[in-house]
Design a binder for this molecule. Structure first.
Ligand code: CO
Length: 331
């Protein structure tokens, strides 16, 4: 094995998260020294452990799992895309600065990605630039801003800025539509979440956004790109056979753009990993775990280590591809 084993999909919740001042705001209820609950008003959103904020706990788990480096991403519920822009700038800044306090404890092993107030693309660009100066190495964005998807003009302007700054972008699904039908059994997470990512990839493909974005944009998608890879054939068939119905604005069918994006390996099955390798290519799949959340992979990287792939491909999936995704910006 040459090079570090890199997990590109882990999350942080900063320990010193403040009271933001309104009853609906997210706040952290400390339940014990090593546990807390993320609260939305008086509703429990998620119980978490100190793995979310304690670098020592993270490093011990990384050592146990054979992970050398983690990309440390914001937790999407903190994005704040519903806030007024000025307030969103304030909250993103708090989150991003607190994240650096966690990753600074192991700067060679914990790589911070910032969040941005994407509802205001100009402010998002400014916050990204500020964070890069402060030590962040990339940015995580949600896959939509209310009804605006990734092909929204403002979001595309932000992605163009990321490409110009040579900064990697990680797209995480979030803010799924809650219905009575997805309420039981975590179906919101098991069904709606992968569909969200597929929806965003198809927006980028069918709108022609990929035709306009530079090839140099490094953009990755969580959970193996959601439902996209498995259903790329259906979307391609629609593009080829029924453009009269689909009305696509892209120069190529959706699967053509699969090699433009990175997808992580949080798919829990060798068969699913094979689909990713086939659709996106062995240069585009990177180790991700969703650490430390309950639907994440432990040990991190298990599906890659157990996959029936050549040593060369395994090396790519564990390390080389992520090094390309993360490579330090050219300045
Ligand atoms: Co995640």
């Amino acid at each position: 094995m040459v090079g570090p084993v890199i997990d590109v999909h882990t999350h942080v919740v900063p320990p010193g998260w403040p009271d933001l001042g309104s009853p609906e705001d997210l706040w952290l209820r400390r339940d014990s020294p090593a546990t807390a609950t993320v609260m939305q008003g008086d509703r429990e959103f998620r119980r978490i452990t100190d793995a979310c904020w304690n670098a020592d706990t993270r490093l011990a788990d990384m050592d146990a799992d054979g992970i050398d480096v983690q990309v440390v991403l914001p937790t999407p519920v903190f994005f704040g895309y519903d806030r007024e822009p000025a307030d969103a700038v304030r909250v993103a800044g708090i989150f991003n600065d607190l994240t650096l306090e966690v990753t600074a404890q192991a700067p060679d092993r914990l790589i911070p990605f910032c969040q941005v107030p994407l509802q205001d693309p100009d402010a998002a660009c400014r916050e990204l630039d500020r964070c890069l100066q402060a030590g962040h190495r990339g940015v995580e964005i949600g896959n939509h801003v209310r009804d605006r998807d990734l092909d929204d003009a403002g979001v595309l302007m932000f992605l163009q800025h990321c490409a110009a700054q040579d900064v990697p972008v990680f797209v995480h699904p979030w803010d799924m539509d809650r219905t009575a039908r997805t309420d039981p059994w975590m179906l919101e997470w098991l069904v709606s979440m992968p569909a969200e990512t597929q929806l965003s990839l198809l927006h980028l493909a069918l709108s022609g956004a990929f035709d306009r974005l530079p090839d140099s944009l490094r953009i990755g998608f969580a959970h193996g790109g959601g439902s996209f890879a498995y259903w790329a054939g259906r979307a391609d068939n629609a593009w080829h056979a029924r453009r009269d119905l689909v009305g696509a604005d892209s120069e190529n069918p959706p699967s053509h753009y699969a090699s433009r994006v990175y997808v992580d390996s949080v798919v829990f099955s060798g068969a699913s990993l094979d689909v990713l390798l086939d659709v996106h290519g062995p240069e585009r799949v990177v180790l991700g775990s969703d650490y430390p959340y309950p639907l994440g992979e432990r040990p991190a990287g298990a599906v890659i280590r157990g996959a029936h792939v050549s040593d060369d491909v395994r090396q790519r999936l564990l390390s080389t591809n992520a090094e390309h995704f993360l490579r330090p910006p050219v300045r």
